[in-house]
Design a protein. Sequence first.
Length: 644
Amino acid sequence: MKLSLLLATTLFLSQPFAADMVLAQGTREVESGPIAAVPMPPAADIDTPYYDRHKIDISNLRDFYNALLIADATIHADAMFDSETKWKMTLYQMILAESNHHQARSAYQLSLMGVPIDEILAIWSPDYVESIDDERIRAAFEYIETVANLPTRVTADTHAALRMHFIDRQIAELFDFAAINASKATYDQILPIPTDQETLDWAIANLSAVGWSPGLNTSSPEEQRANPYVGETLEATYNEIISDWEPGDLAAIAPEFETDWINVITGYDISRVTFDGDQDGIEEPFDFYPEEYLRWENPSWNDENLPDPATPPFDVTAYDYEYFQPAVVPETEYPYSDRARFDTVWTRQSSLGTLDLDGYTLILDRALSLEMKWSLFFVYQLASGCVHCQVHGAYGVFQEIENDYLNDEIPPEDLPGVIEQIQALLDFERAEQFTDAEKAAFRLARDAGSLPTRTTAAHIEELRRHYSDREIQEIIATLVVTPWLSVSMQSQGTVTDRLSMAWALRNLTPAGWNPGVHIGLPQEQRPYHMSEFYAFLDAELNSGDIADAATEWIDVDVPLAVDSDSDGVDDTFDGFPNDPTRWEDTDRDGIEDSLDDDIDGDGITNLEEVSMGIFPYKADSDGDGVDDPTEIEAGTDPVDPRNL
């Protein structure tokens, strides 16, 4: 049994997220880790102006962008972490991820919430995290440090550190929160978001002292967004989502906005009604053949979209580097345990929108084929370091190729070529299987896979030589949703489903790939690959059943998000479900956690659990079905699910 003092710190058990909390000033330098191996873009590419952002902005993809707004609004609302704390963590994450637009937006939002400017500016200081007095909040910020850059530095010890301070549901909220932020930062860096004038003016006036500048987020009048997605606008979108969502209705997972928030926020005047008469996945404003299934593109569109002849070709050699590194399993003090409880789908409310983002990009053929989108996903994940996502990406490509064959079966004589094509994505630059157009898209995926990204306007100029505006929008959209999955799965140390993992072990291992920490124990495996999961849900719906997507996805019973006192904490986790001012009572003994000597009610005091290296917020630290006191008495390890 572990008696490690690695995490034996003094528990600070006061209510952790008080609105009047004052933080000391400071910044923090973050280790670059694997990011240091990614080459900087050439100076000429950094200075290249961006092509008309309005035309290729993913805001034009109404269904996709609505889902992004929903995810953004719900994850920042009060819940187990209060909204102010989450906006501070957002600002910190955006500083580390180098997203200028979201730094300005987050800081402005905090100002609108009444946070003093000195407290906002402190988040840029080098010793900011160390200066936080509340040990629990500090642990949350330390987690943000591990995931703000991709590849992440999450390990089993990260999980243990969080479980010293939080119940699983809070940790799930942290993971979902950081993952959505990663998608937003990536969006800003692939196609820098033109910051609205109100936010821009405020940021220039207030953030210059910490060296902030608008950078590529300045814009021409034609690109200028109309409304800041902060303050009253953010609150109004959230209220519309909640008013249209029935938490006791399993089928109500896709709320609809009553207000046309896309045009309110962007000012683009995008049609609210999108028609797809031939149901080929292409909306009629982009469909040149609106009555012919599988024909949509005007043959002249690509020619019209070509960059200026004086634009230099993409400098392939300047970006050519080994973006795929086989997984290395770090030595840790603690093993992984009970990882399914961390799944972001566990946070029903804050996951609204995220599954819609995933489904939009990876479930339907649209301007890009699913084979191409899964290939983009796979290349991105090879660079991001998410091994679980690499498995699903490669297997997704395989399944889409397989679907093109009669009876969905690849003939034995064709199978080696298909596997070779998928393996070639590990080094697509030198592969003969891909066209110049495909390689142009793969380069954007590869260079978006680190965070901060190494994408530039030169990547977009190269795409214009091969793709229409609508196709470029979808390439970007695919790469915007992908960081959400990468950060989620790397944070959780997700154990991959058996079918996908078996396929990867058989077909990717010969190319130097290994499963890392994602192979797990049999009882930890997810039941489905993503494509199987959506097929399962479709089958349930077609048979008249109402599918519980959250529970089915992770094979763990996820309670409905009923919140009787409207304090943002579901009744299942709320020790005081009728009192909006309190919720923390992990063991439901009527004593608030801040006053409870035994938070999880297992008979071992908090200080004893910390000194023994077990988790004071879990009576069964490793989730193996045997509580901690029983394991201690039996001499087994209470934090190792393999040791019963």
